[in-house]
Write a protein that binds this ligand. Structure first.
Ligand SMILES: *Cc1c(COP(=O)(O)O)cnc(C)c1O
Length: 351
């Protein structure tokens, strides 16, 4: 089976071998306060920095999931209110989770076919943007994030890049908090996420000064000074992340591959297909890592997915409201060129 599911997704082919190495090297039972762990953690952090082009003065933390990051931000960085700009299910969920902890969180929904427009906000402390909306296959460009920055020099900007980090090139200097879990573009099994904070984000955490939770940012930061975590982390996944980061090309190269493959997908559906159409008609907002396809009425999505399964492909379900009319295809770096060619051959029967 080849998984084109946009998370949990196809892992890098070498991961099972790394897993075996982890067994042989005794990684699965090392103590998270040991030198072995500290070395592993330190090496992983520097590889992330090197391969993803993360600025030197940003701190990288290991957490459990993107969902946890939503909560960490609400508890440690937002004092009163945040601003949530979203056009899909994940951004909305982020807003809803935040609102439970900070009831004054503000929602600014926008249309899926429109680029997000940068505006100035008179209130709010943190502007929350979902860079790649996995539920519908849209993305917010570095340029738009930059204009938010320009128009709101006193706000912090937090970016959920769960289904794009390690797949496309992100300009980390344009925002203060970035996060992603590893079961999407990193091509790893779930159970780990990385959170990346600017000096300004940490300064804000110091002002807010909350240390109420095991995962309060200030507590995490104290521990990370020694490359440790405030709880027993997923050491195995950190090890696998280290091995994957060692082997992958720098992000500008991966970005080029992903964009090239995206162009091919785009051409296939836009130019050749009558029945399967990319849901997002505005090309400027299309995600490069997640494609959402809408089937015209004469093609039944459920039938297509069942046939795909028989042919050895797992396609992504439509998400939320889009469940019955769409399906999704991940364009993540761990997927191989020949696998894409096979899926295209299969899809020819449905176009
Ligand atoms: C998958 C996803 C999440 C949730 O990730 P978890 O690791 O399950 O917490 C959050 N945001 C986006 C954009 C996602 O794609």
């Amino acid at each position: 089976m080849i998984s084109f599911y946009p998370g949990p997704s196809r892992i890098y082919s070498k991961v099972p071998r790394y897993l075996q190495d982890a067994g042989n090297e005794g990684i699965m039972s090392i103590n998270h306060r040991s030198n072995e762990f500290v070395n592993l953690s330190c090496k992983t952090v520097s590889l992330l920095r090197e391969k993803l082009f993360i600025p030197e003065d940003y701190t990288i933390y290991f957490v459990s999931s993107a969902t946890e990051c939503w909560e960490i931000i609400a508890q440690s960085i937002i004092e009163k209110d945040s601003i949530h700009l979203f056009n899909g299910a994940f951004g909305k969920k982020w807003y809803e989770y935040t609102r439970k902890l900070k009831p004054e969180a503000q929602a600014y929904p926008f249309a899926i076919q429109e680029p997000l427009k940068a505006k100035s906000f008179a209130t709010g402390e943190v502007i929350c943007i979902t860079q790649n909306e996995t539920s519908n296959g849209t993305q917010v460009s570095n340029k738009i994030i930059q204009s938010f920055r320009k128009k709101n020099p006193n706000h912090l900007i937090a970016v959920d890049a769960t289904s794009s980090m390690a797949g496309i090139k992100l300009d980390f200097s344009l925002a203060d908090i970035w996060f992603a879990s590893v079961q999407k573009c990193f091509g790893l099994p779930a159970g780990l996420a990385v959170m990346i904070c600017s000096p300004a984000a940490l300064k804000r955490a110091q002002l807010v000064d909350k240390r109420l939770h095991y995962n309060s940012l200030l507590f995490m930061d104290d521990m990370m000074q020694q490359y440790q975590t405030s709880y027993t982390p997923n050491v195995l996944d950190i090890y696998l992340l280290m091995r994957v980061m060692e082997s992958v090309k720098p992000i500008d190269k991966i970005n080029k591959t992903i964009k090239g493959r995206f162009k091919k997908w785009e051409k296939f559906f836009d130019a050749k297909s009558e029945k399967l159409k990319i849901l997002i008609t505005n090309k400027t907002v299309r995600s490069h890592t997640v494609l959402t396809l809408e089937a015209q009425p004469n093609v039944v999505v459920t039938q297509l997915k069942a046939e795909a399964r028989k042919a050895g492909f797992i396609l992504g379900e439509g998400y939320g409201d889009l469940k019955s009319t769409t399906f999704r295809i991940a364009n993540f770096p761990a997927i191989q060129r020949k696998e894409i060619a096979r899926l295209i051959d299969f899809l020819y029967h449905f176009i």
